[in-house]
Every structure is written in C-alpha cells, then in structure tokens.
Design a protein around this ligand. Structure first.
Ligand code: SF4
Ligand code: SF4
Length: 432
C-alpha cells in the first residue's frame, strides 16, 4: 500500500507543479496588457458573473446544446467533489474514506455522481456527433484547423473515457463488496449496477485489478485533464468567471474614447488645462501589449464556439473577417510571446506583431462594428474592442486606412460630418 501512496503523491505533486508553472506563464502574458478603463458597479459585475458564467444564461439561446452543456458543466463541478475522496484515499492509503462518515448519505451522493457521469457521457457523445458527423458549419470554418478541431474532440473523448472509468470502478467495487468485507458498502448504485452482470463471473484478483486500474485511470486522467486544460480552449471553464466580471458594461455601440485624445481636444477647446507633458504613447494597438489585460484574458477565455463568427455580417457576406479568429490569433500571439519570455528570448521584440503577422488589415477593415459578435458570445467576450484598437493604430499611427475612409476623416475634421459639405449647410436637405 505504501508504494501506491508514494506513487500517488508523486503523480499529484507532478500535476500540481505543471499546473502552477502553466498558470504563472498565462498570468505573466495577461499582465503584458494595459490597465483597462472599467466603468460600472461591482454589484452589476457580480450579477453578470452569476448569471452568465455560473448560470450559463447566454447559452440558453440554443436550448438543446445548452441543456447538454449544462450537464457537462454541473458534472464537472459535482463529480470533482468525488476527486476529493480519490485524493484523500490516494494520500492516506484508504478506500472510500468518506463512506463511514457520510453513512446513508454516501450511496445517495454516489448515485448523484453516477447520474451526472451518464449525463456527461451522453452529452459528450451528442457533441462529438454534432461536430464530426453532422458537421455544424461553425466548427468547420477556416480558422478551425487541425489543432482546434483535435482539441475539442480530445476533450470530449477524454470525458467519455473518464466517466466510463468511474462506472466500471463502481461496478467492480459492488461485486467485491459481496465477496470481501474489506470493501465498504456503497449500497446499490443504479447506473453501474447495469455493468455488474458483466463482471459477476470474474475472479476476485481480476476484479481487484479492474477496480484499481479504473481508479488509477480516473485520477491520472483527471490530473492530466487539469494540466491539459491550461493549454486548451477549455480554460474557459475557469476564465469565464473573471471574464464576465470584467466585461464591458457600457451600452453596446458606445465606443470608448481614448483618454489621451479626449484630454488633448478638451485642452484645445479650453475646457481643460492639460496637466501632463508626457508622451501619449502609442495610439491604438499594434501588438498584444497595447491591448487591455481584460482583452488578453478574454483571448484565453474564448471557447472557440464560433457563435460570434456565425452571427458576423462581414463573415456571412464572404469577407475575410471572423471574430473568433481575432480572439484565437490574440491568444496565439500571447502564447508565442509568453514562451519566448520563459525561454529568455526576445518576447515582444521578435520582429512580429499581432497586427499584420496574425491579423491582417483586410480583416479589421471588414468589421462594421455592429456588435453582433459581442451579443452572441456566451461568455461576454468583446472581439470588437480588439478590432477597434487595431484600427485606431492603423488610422492614427500609420494613416493607413483605406482612401475612402481618410477622406471621410478629413471631412469630419473640416466639416464636422462625413460628407464634403460645409457645416452651415447641414440642414439644407430640410428646406424643400
Ligand atoms: S462587430 Fe465586427 S466582428 Fe463583430 S459581428 Fe459585427 S462586423 Fe463582425
Ligand atoms: S469570442 Fe465568444 S462567441 Fe466567439 S468563439 Fe469565442 S467564446 Fe465563442
């Protein structure tokens, strides 16, 4: 038993080490971002977090996937309570340590876990079929290349295997309880009892082997899953919470002014005395460090569900723009910079930038700033904020906007309207 305990502690410590290392790197890359302008009350932010992240409110726009996703989500939260028992048993060398403490409540709890395990298993099968056989278009669009597709499938398959391991372990355990008083009684477990007839005729050593294998497989799978999640789009399981908390509370369509420009204009109009003589820095964003850290965190929180892209009018009309790709590119850039920093490399100064090397001007220019993507996102991500910042850089630092836009900007400066008319003529249209 002591060997098993030592092996378990080693596995646990290794997993915790890798998770810690990875989270530290992600935190470091998110901290490359600028301080965001946050408005709105903390109460409203907490409400958003409870309704949208915890309550999955925005998922329910599509009912069936929402219910199935809800099972996976609740299953993840609740079944992981069982992991506490796994860890306690693994460290202390016990078997079902909580059973004597919880008494008659233990079988109830185990049956709830099994119900959720079956629900998660069925939901994952449904999602696999929907992705790979029904081929829902948003899972097969251009940016869903090999890794994003594989990532989604890997997680679904892993969950199916892990849930099967729990049920197999419980079934073997139930048979062992009838043969050896050593095994604590779990009472009758509804779902795994369907597997009991398959194991009934196995020898006791084989059953012990099956039970132990399923136990180890499940816990190593869970710990491996926890490490893997930090490399995957499934980081949204955790980051959806802070992301909804820090989401933009301004009315959609209200584009944030740039404080440095506002100050400058106010000072030119004599409305404010400029108190700062420092350089304003870069206008807009060229690379990830020019964006707010909330935008960078959102890139890690993106589930790659593609709901934003499927609602995007630019994408629907065949333009190159996909708001999902904007988020994925931002995360990819962060990953490259983060790994470079970790290896003592040039980090942001590697000769590449988010604009041009990851996201093209053609993409950002195609955006109509309609906010459909923002409305569609189930975790309140705002790809438009990144697009606007990149466009601000192109317009203000490079004067690189399309020629038609530049003449419009000029008209705004001189005529206070997009057209080339004098401001005094603006009501001429109403004369007749
Ligand atoms: S705001 Fe831009 S990216 Fe978002 S849906 Fe509208 S056009 Fe597409
Ligand atoms: S930004 Fe939101 S809607 Fe778009 S893919 Fe990511 S999670 Fe889905």
């Amino acid at each position: 038993m002591i060997i098993q305990q030592v092996a378990f502690v080693l596995v646990l410590v290794t997993a915790v080490y890798f998770i810690y290392k990875r989270i530290s790197l992600i935190r470091k890359t998110i901290q490359l971002g600028k301080e965001p302008i946050l408005t709105g009350k903390a109460g409203l932010r907490v409400k958003n977090m409870l309704l949208v992240a915890f309550g999955q409110k925005k998922m329910f726009k599509k009912l069936i996937p929402a219910i199935l996703h809800f099972f996976i989500y609740v299953g993840f939260l609740v079944i992981n309570l069982e992991v506490l028992e796994f860890v306690a048993d693994g460290v202390l060398g016990t078997h079902r340590i909580f059973a004597p403490w919880l008494g008659s409540f233990y079988p109830v709890l185990m049956n709830v876990f099994e119900f959720l395990a079956v629900a998660v298993l069925l939901a994952c099968v449904f999602f696999l079929v929907r992705r790979n056989i029904l081929k829902v278009p948003r899972f097969w669009s251009a940016e869903m290349t090999r890794w994003p597709r594989l990532d989604a499938n890997l997680i679904l398959i892993t969950e199916i295997v892990l849930m099967t391991a729990i049920l197999t372990m419980n079934a073997a355990d139930q048979v062992l309880q009838t043969r050896d008083s050593h095994y604590v009684s779990t009472g009758s477990l509804f779902f795994s009892s369907y597997l009991v007839p398959l194991l009934q005729n196995s020898s006791t050593p084989s059953l012990i082997l099956i039970e132990r294998f399923a136990w180890w497989f499940h816990i190593i799978g869970i710990l491996g899953f926890a490490v893997y999640v930090t490399y995957s789009k499934h980081l949204h399981i955790f980051l959806a919470f802070p992301n909804t908390y820090f989401a933009n509370l301004e009315p959609k369509g209200q584009i944030k002014n740039m404080p440095v420009v506002t100050r400058e204009v106010k000072s030119m109009l004599g409305l404010e005395t400029s108190t700062t003589t420092s350089e304003p820095g870069r206008f807009g964003a060229k690379d990830v460090n020019d964006l707010a850290w909330t935008n960078l965190m959102a890139a890690y929180a993106c589930t790659e569900c593609g709901r934003c892209t499927s609602e995007c009018p630019a994408n629907q009309t065949g333009k190159k723009l996909s708001p999902r790709k904007i988020m994925m590119d931002t995360r990819d850039r962060l990953e490259v910079v983060g790994k470079s920093l970790l290896a003592g490399g040039p980090g942001l100064n590697d000769g590449k930038t988010l604009l041009n090397d990851y996201i093209s001007k053609e993409e950002i220019n195609a955006c109509t700033s309609c906010n459909a993507c923002v409305e569609a996102c189930p975790v309140m991500i705002n790809p438009l904020e990144i697009i606007i910042e990149l466009r601000r850089y192109v317009a203000m630092e490079e004067s690189g906007s399309p020629a038609q836009w530049n003449s419009m900007f000029q008209n705004m400066e001189t005529s206070f309207a997009p057209w080339k008319f004098s401001a005094a003529d603006r009501f001429n249209w109403s004369k007749d």
